[in-house]
Ligand binder design. Structure first.
Ligand code: FUB
Length: 326
């Protein structure tokens, strides 16, 4: 796949999966899933690990797209080479296509929040968040803010965190909120209703025990939920095994920027050190997409997306997520 990727000759394909991971044969690794529902289709935006087995680094040249009309059918469309940073953001460097998210805006268009390396920056960490827009999930994508990223170590106010893992909520009243961060620091900020322009102020998100990275915001029955990769999060040390692997923890709030309350563990540590997940409701059922190292030849830098149903316990308040396998 690496050589074919370099030549840009990879074709979309239909895959009948045997279960988890969705693409399990090691031809393509898929990472950092961001599920999205549009009409009768469940999409999962994923990154792509192409690191050789001996390389301990995230080598991630592009985003890919998986889609299905029925996860239980195990039939998925797979589009490698879906988006490459340098093809959309003139200010971005190739590679390091970390965890992004596509969100449908109130105007019916699609907005892609992408952490990419800012080329002309002397910041000590050059990750910055750009926004692209398209009329269809399938693209074509164009930079919605060609002046540059909407978050970086330079704007809207200088910050010193790694600006990755964006996640966006369009609230019921049309207000828009962006969250991002890693290494234990999460930030949140309101965007204008255009889905693009920072409104601010940038605030620290606190109260989510053990937050490490990979926030995922969603709303259910009037409650704001944040799923995130955590360490030292579980009271039973579920998220602090002897060998460091993150779990997926979750918290809730009654207003979008908090205060947040830690609620528990939604997914125990998986076989990859990183844990990155997204939750979505599709045709009346809830699903969690996450990644593991379980594909053929998989590893911490060769991860693959899995999906499982999520069950809710509505007998408690706020309603609780039941932990997903494994
Ligand atoms: O895939 C690169 C990074 O690893 C993501 O941004 C994190 O969430 C972790 O999954």
């Amino acid at each position: 796949p690496g050589a074919a990727c370099a030549q840009g000759v990879e074709a979309p394909e239909t895959v009948t999966s045997k279960g988890n991971p969705i693409l399990a044969d090691g031809r393509y690794y898929t990472t950092d899933p961001a599920p999205l529902v549009d009409g009768d289709t469940l999409y999962i935006l994923t990154g792509r690990d192409v690191a050789d087995p001996e390389v301990n680094d995230f080598i991630m040249p592009e985003w890919q797209l998986l889609s299905t009309r029925d996860p239980a059918s195990h039939v998925w469309q797979h589009k490698p080479g879906f988006i490459r940073p340098e093809n959309v953001f003139a200010w971005a460097e190739p590679a390091r296509a970390y965890a992004g998210q596509i969100v449908k805006g109130p105007d019916g268009r699609f907005y892609f929040y992408a952490p990419v390396l800012e080329r002309d920056s002397d910041a000590k960490d050059r990750f910055a968040i750009g926004v692209a827009v398209a009329d269809s999930v399938n693209g074509p994508w164009k930079d919605a803010h060609p002046a540059g990223p909407i978050v970086s170590q330079k704007i809207p106010v200088p910050n010193d965190i790694q600006n990755i893992d964006p996640t966006v909520l369009v609230d019921d009243d049309g207000r828009v909120y962006l969250y991002w961060g890693t290494f234990g620091q999460m930030r949140g900020m309101e965007l204008e209703r255009d889905m693009i322009t920072p409104k601010g102020p940038e605030t620290r998100i606190q109260g989510l025990t053990g937050f490490f990275e990979a926030p995922w915001i969603f709303k259910r029955k009037g409650i704001y939920y944040m799923l995130y990769a955590g360490n030292k999060a579980g009271p039973d040390s579920a998220c602090t095994p002897a060998v460091y692997h993150a779990c997926q923890a979750w918290g809730t709030a009654t207003s979008p920027l908090g205060p947040w309350t830690y609620r528990g563990v939604a997914l125990r540590p998986v076989s990859s050190t990183t844990s990155h997940a997204g939750i979505v409701e599709f045709k009346g059922k809830w699903y969690m997409a996450y990644h593991t190292a379980d594909a053929v030849g998989g590893g911490h830098f060769r991860r693959s997306v899995a999906i499982d149903p999520v069950e809710w316990d509505d007998s408690v308040s706020p309603a609780a997520m039941r932990p997903v396998v494994p």
